[in-house]
Design a protein around this ligand. Structure first.
Ligand SMILES: Nc1ncnc2c1ncn2[C@@H]1O[C@H](COP(=O)(O)OP(=O)(O)O)[C@@H](O)[C@H]1O
Ligand SMILES: [Mg+2]
Length: 223
């Protein structure tokens, strides 16, 4: 679904130059959950955002759903992102002045087709235990609630690829397990490709592959 070929990312220049990731070859495959683990500063978020075409690599190639990202216009790229990719980012991607229910309605206004049905959304909200929050604003939610709403918001457009950065960081164990199971089911039953950047060892049981990242490089760990 997504392939990175010889991808490098360098931030800044001169004294401030940082090689965030180097010569990364990596695939995110349909039907599988991959975990990307490793210490802070290893380059995990950089890899995730490049894989999701939210930023450009300094060199190398990114292919999403068969399309080489660098060859697409801004417009084509937005369309690709909208139809294929679901992001759960650390800065929760909720609109502050919209209620939880309105976050989903906003998606309907941007993307008219292929979003979850009422029944499917209802099930998802129940599963994430956020159904009772539909009329609340993001600043009325706890960190964990916001995180779960953010996951539901990312899944609502029914993306084929899910890219999540520390999706369980503020969740207790029961809820972290529920989220792990949800991602696993999305991969196994709905053939989605899932990449989770995480420190959370509670998610390891749900992964098909675990990659360790250190100093901008990936090593395969196990599974
Ligand atoms: N926007 C940026 N500008 C400059 N340096 C950055 C930027 N984003 C990340 N970095 C640097 O790149 C390296 C990798 O960061 P990041 O991808 O955020 O790692 P991780 O998510 O594993 O903590 C770190 O040294 C970080 O300081
Ligand atoms: Mg990070």
């Amino acid at each position: 679904m997504i392939e990175l070929k010889h991808v490098r990312k360098i931030y800044g220049s001169g004294q401030a130059r940082v090689v965030a990731i180097q010569d990364i070859n990596f695939k995110i495959v349909q039907g599988e959950v991959a975990l990307l683990m490793g210490p802070s500063g290893a380059g995990k978020s950089t890899l995730l955002t490049i894989a999701g075409s939210l930023q450009k690599p300094s060199s190398g190639e990114v292919v999403i759903a068969g399309q080489e990202v660098s060859k697409l216009s801004t417009r084509e790229l937005s369309k690709l992102r909208l139809s294929e990719l679901g992001f759960v980012l650390q800065a929760y991607n909720l609109v502050p002045f919209l209620t939880v229910a309105e976050q989903f309605q906003l998606v309907d206004r941007i993307k008219h087709n292929g979003n979850l049905s009422h029944e499917e959304l209802d099930k998802l909200l129940q599963r994430l235990d956020i159904k009772q929050l539909l009329n609340k604003y993001p600043n009325q939610l706890s960190g964990g609630q916001r995180q779960r709403v953010s996951i539901a918001r990312a899944l609502y457009p029914n993306p084929s690829v899910i890219l999540a950065d520390e999706p369980t960081a503020s969740l207790d164990s029961e809820r972290a397990v529920a989220v792990g199971q949800l991602f696993q089911q999305l991969a196994q039953e709905y053939h989605k490709a899932v990449l989770l950047v995480t420190h959370d060892q509670r998610l390891e049981t749900y992964a098909d592959h675990i990659y360790q990242m250190l100093d901008g490089k990936i090593q395969v760990a196990d599974n």
